[in-house]
Design a binder for this molecule. Structure first.
Ligand SMILES: N[C@@H](CCC(=O)N[C@@H](CS)C(=O)NCC(=O)O)C(=O)O
Length: 226
């Protein structure tokens, strides 16, 4: 069993962090066919053509959340979901909120990165939508300090890389929304728990470094240096 992808993806990082909190080994390899998800070789394996995908004896499991659920179903290592059914649902819901209410807005901020081509109206409405996404996270998180209880679970693995991406793309470049992981609120205590947990912080930091390289390359493109 191996995971195809690169750590520059929040979805790949989600799965690697999930494997880490479970304490299971998961080799991460570049996608077959030269590293591009659009290579014919990779598209024959998964026509969805996105990373990550899990190779289980040549069979493909696509979609990061489904891969995490598969790893959980294998029954190896520690549980990556809480024991109580309501808590399990909450952890899964946090993951779903990330995909449905945070992730769709990040691309717009990338498009608005160049101040010369910025549309302030688009920026304001997207910031409002992103703020709503954060309020959903905050609403459904349990008392914590993690998303649900005192151990990291699926919801944390989905939210932490994405929040790191939003820190780098949105909070570092636009003055449209306050970072809710700073200060005293529930998302701040959650972020502190993520940073204090070795498995979570290891993968958040790996991802952070990868995003920095990407942002640097992107900055050069915007300023015409590359
Ligand atoms: N819903 C998918 C999203 C995966 C995804 O969007 N991956 C991006 C990288 S962050 C990708 O592979 N993009 C390649 C492309 O769009 O060509 C999941 O959870 O696995």
């Amino acid at each position: 069993m191996k995971l195809y992808g690169a750590v520059a993806s929040p979805y790949v990082t989600r799965v690697m962090m999930f494997a880490a909190i479970k304490g299971i080994e998961l080799p991460l390899e570049p996608v077959p066919g030269g590293g591009s998800p659009r290579s014919p070789e990779y598209m024959a394996f998964t026509p969805i053509a996105k990373i990550p995908s899990l190779d289980v004896d040549g069979k493909c499991i696509a979609e990061s959340e489904v891969i995490c659920e598969y790893l959980e179903d294998l029954g190896e290592g520690k549980s990556g979901l809480p024991a109580d059914p309501m808590d399990r649902a909450t952890s899964r819901l946090i993951s779903r909120i990330v995909d449905l209410y945070l992730a769709p807005h990040t691309g717009t901020f990338f498009q608005q990165m160049n101040p010369a081509k910025r549309d302030e109206q688009v920026l304001a409405s997207t910031a409002q939508a992103l703020g709503k996404g954060f309020s959903y996270l905050e609403h459904y998180m349990g008392p914590g300090p993690f998303c649900v209880g005192d151990k990291p679970s699926l919801g944390d693995c989905s939210a932490a890389p994405y929040v790191m991406l939003i820190k780098k793309v949105v909070f570092a470049n636009f003055d449209v929304l306050a970072d809710p992981t700073e200060g005293e609120g529930r998302l701040a205590t959650w972020w502190q728990a993520i940073e204090a947990d070795k498995s979570c912080s290891h993968w958040v930091n790996e991802y952070s470094t990868a995003v920095d390289s990407f942002m640097q390359a992107m900055g050069k493109r915007i300023t015409g240096q590359a």
